[in-house]
Design a protein around this ligand. Structure first.
Ligand SMILES: N[C@@H](CCC(=O)N[C@@H](CS)C(=O)NCC(=O)O)C(=O)O
Length: 212
């Protein structure tokens, strides 16, 4: 059984959970927190979440998990058959994560815990987001899915990352960097899918439990 370690609050965890649900792969969810303690680093070399446990061993990095699932469970493909189209899906994911999500993430500690965010850094993040979003706009299709007519692993990534990026940018800058893009309609389509409904319901339940 595939074991997903981490937290429903993590967008990278939800990216993998979406792929598992879309593929219909049975999995266990096991709560874990990021940690640089030696005991945790033995489980997950980066000390982050999520990490994964399969019969043969453990590994981390959400994209490695999506590639593992694609090879291990090919019956419901999350990559197109065409080789270039497969490369384009991976390109889209990498741009979304490296050039947008990771840039917005620089302000996450500020949003979550009020960590200091100097004006110069805030401006630098805004410039990075403008550039990353421009790059993303050149590859994302939203027609109807992120990479075009086929639902792919890029949708598992984008649907997990967009809400976080929206939340961070609204909190820090008072505006959503996805405003004016087709992302809202796209998330509306994602909301029709049982996989996304489950991920959002689990997140809402965890938020409610936390508020109690
Ligand atoms: N590249 C990693 C990113 C994972 C990641 O950034 N996880 C966050 C939670 S969403 C984390 O554990 N942060 C704690 C830290 O950076 O120490 C992946 O794709 O799995």
């Amino acid at each position: 059984m595939f074991k997903l370690h981490g937290s429903v609050f993590s967008n990278y965890y939800n990216k993998v959970k979406l792929a598992l649900l879309e593929k219909g792969v049975a999995f266990d969810e096991i709560a874990a927190k990021p940690s640089q303690d030696t005991a945790y680093l033995v489980q997950c070399p980066t000390g982050k979440i999520p990490y994964f446990e399969v019969e043969a061993g453990r590994f981390c990095e959400s994209q490695a998990a999506l590639e593992y699932l694609e090879e291990r469970y090919p019956d419901v493909p999350l990559l197109p058959a065409d080789l270039l189209a497969r490369a384009k899906v991976r390109e889209l994911i990498q741009i979304a994560e490296q050039d947008v999500e990771l840039v917005a993430r620089r302000a996450l500690a500020h949003v979550l815990y009020g960590a200091p965010l100097a004006d110069a850094v805030k401006d630098e993040i805004a410039r990075g987001l403008d550039r990353g979003m421009a790059s993303l706009s050149r590859v994302v299709r939203y027609a109807p899915w992120a990479a075009g007519d086929q639902f792919t692993m890029a949708d598992c990534a984008l649907a997990a990352h967009i809400p976080l990026i929206t939340w961070i940018t609204k909190a820090v800058y008072g505006r959503d960097w996805f405003e004016g893009t087709p992302a809202a309609d796209y998330l509306g389509r994602m909301k029709q899918r049982p996989s996304y409904q489950r991920v959002r319901a689990d997140l809402d339940a965890a938020r409610a439990a936390q508020a109690r």
